[in-house]
Design a protein. Structure first.
Length: 525
């Protein structure tokens, strides 16, 4: 093979692809700026175009249609701006390093050998038919990570594709310049990996999709395992594989999975900062990142605050002279032991039979659902179910109870009083909702008849009573909003008296033995 000619051809192709990328950027930039300005102008003048007058039905109708029309125009502009902005970002990201690998693949039964170039996102020719660059997460790109030249296959939604890899090539491209290339018979050439690692450490982790190993690729693309545990030595690429797996899942399930539905638990805030740029580098929005300490602080009741691990270490190392130091040290050691884990598991089994404690559901100074009623409902559930499953069933029952109570509460006197303080916009929203139940022309005809003096048309049996329906909808909306904190507290399991349950375990030694099936700390024995 003529290496000199290959080098020349690859450099020429790189120039051509970069020119097309730049042309696409030049095409997108004015469109992105134009849509941004349009959306900003619509938002700025939104209420200037709307006159809200609640004096008559016609005024309501005019306001409704104006707001609805303005909202649709704004939503359309913002959607278009978001899509074009994402295309612009992906194209700009490709410009300095359009791709990092290539392989030539001949599908079984075909005469044509296709050249596949792999990059961090896909890029198509102007005709929209020819891929100049394939995203590293596409099914065909898995060949680059999993196979050497020779027989090779990959899975697609329509089945497995068999064929032969005739060439595998890796590139070093920086700032649009081709620095090196080499053909490889290995999964990923050692030369490329060494060059990447030789760049040295940085304050933030970089995406290294060009150097994904075969074992890492299996982790990243695994679709069969409900739970996946990855073990490896320090520096073996566990974190990199995990983050790139997130990027892969967001790509593959982009219609149903969003970045804010994924949580990364970091060992500390510094690690969160270190990994925060990986997904944006791959063209995805960042997922939620938190530490387990922050997660506990968020979900636990405000009366419970777990001790920070760093504060605990500082106490252990510096507070030897404090009274009770030895007892606390023994408690820390015990609560971190496997023995205490068994104690908690036994305690959970005991709670499944008796002793659960709950908080009642209160609203406006009234106890809607008492703690005793919640407890009775809990112990009426099948005791063969696990404690956690019974809590989930109890949560569902409470949410259903709140629905019934919310419906009854709409007739309470305080609701009518609160209606007098609603904003005009809320009346407009009620009007909009009414038209989901009753066509606008039906209402318009009746009110037009009334305005013409034909009151009987409005007062016919079964006629649409706008005022009554409006009040009913406003009552419904008002009470629903007032019940939101109750539903939120139930979804966060605040009906469980976590603090009381934990304190109950340590009332005295006899209770501890009974509730944990005879277990007792060595220090207390």
């Amino acid at each position: 093979m003529d290496k000199t000619n290959d080098w020349k051809l690859e450099k020429e192709r790189l120039v051509q692809v970069r020119n097309k990328l730049q042309a696409r950027l030049d095409e997108l930039e004015p469109k992105v700026a134009g849509l941004h300005e349009q959306a900003a102008e619509i938002r700025k003048r939104f209420w200037e175009e709307v006159t809200i007058n609640t004096g008559s039905y016609t005024d309501f109708e005019d306001a409704f249609y104006t707001i609805n029309q303005q909202s649709r125009v704004l939503a359309e502009r913002e959607r278009g701006h978001k899509l074009l902005t994402q295309q612009w970002k992906n194209t700009k990201r490709l410009l300095p390093t359009p791709y990092f690998g290539r392989f030539d693949y001949k599908e079984k039964g075909m005469t044509l050998t296709e050249q596949i170039y792999i990059g961090v996102s896909s890029f198509m020719d102007e005709d929209g038919l020819n891929f100049l660059i394939y995203d590293w997460r596409t099914p065909i790109a898995s060949l680059y990570y999993d196979h050497s030249p020779g027989p090779a296959s990959y899975d697609t939604p329509s089945g497995r594709i068999e064929g032969k890899m005739e060439l595998k090539r890796q590139f070093q491209i920086q700032h649009g310049q081709l620095h090196s290339m080499f053909d490889s018979t290995e999964t990923i050439g050692d030369e490329l990996l060494q060059q990447v690692l030789a760049k040295g450490a940085d304050s933030q982790m970089k995406s290294i999709v060009a150097t994904i190993q075969k074992e890492q690729n299996a982790i990243i693309r695994d679709d069969r395992s409900r739970m996946l545990i990855v073990q490896g030595a320090a520096g073996s690429g566990k974190t990199s594989a995990a983050l790139q797996r997130v990027a892969y899942l967001l790509y593959k399930h982009r219609q149903t999975v969003k970045a804010d539905q994924i949580v990364l638990f970091s060992p500390n805030p510094m690690f969160t900062s270190y990994t925060s740029t990986v997904l944006p580098e791959l063209g995805e929005e960042n997922m939620q990142q938190t530490t387990f300490q922050e997660y506990l602080n968020y979900w636990l009741d405000s009366s419970l605050r777990p001790e920070d691990a760093f504060d605990q270490i500082e106490y252990v190392l510096t507070a030897q002279e404090d009274p009770g130091y030895e007892a606390r040290l023994e408690a820390i050691k015990y609560k971190a032991s496997e023995t205490f884990l068994q104690v908690l598991q036994n305690y959970g089994m005991w709670l499944g039979r008796e002793g659960m404690r709950f908080n009642g559901i209160q609203f406006r100074g009234r106890e809607f659902i008492t703690s005793d009623r919640i407890k009775t409902q809990f112990y009426s559930l099948d005791q063969n179910l696990t404690l956690s499953n019974r809590i989930l069933l109890l949560q569902e029952w409470l949410l259903r109870e709140l629905v019934s109570l919310e419906r009854l509460e709409r007739e309470a006197d305080w609701v009518l009083e609160e209606l007098n303080y609603l904003d005009t916009e809320e009346y407009v929203e009620a009007f909009r909702m009414l038209h989901k139940e009753k066509p606008v022309f039906d209402v318009a005809e009746k009110y037009a008849a009334r305005d013409n003096g034909n009151n009987s048309a409005v007062q016919d049996e079964g006629a649409f009573n706008f005022g009554v329906q409006e009040e009913e909808l406003l009552r419904q909306k008002l009470v629903k909003d007032m019940f939101k904190p109750l539903r939120k507290s139930v979804r966060k399991f605040q009906f469980v008296d976590v603090k009381g349950i934990y304190e109950q375990l340590f009332v005295d030694e006899a209770a501890y033995r009974e509730q944990t099936n005879g277990a007792i700390p060595t220090a207390l024995a």
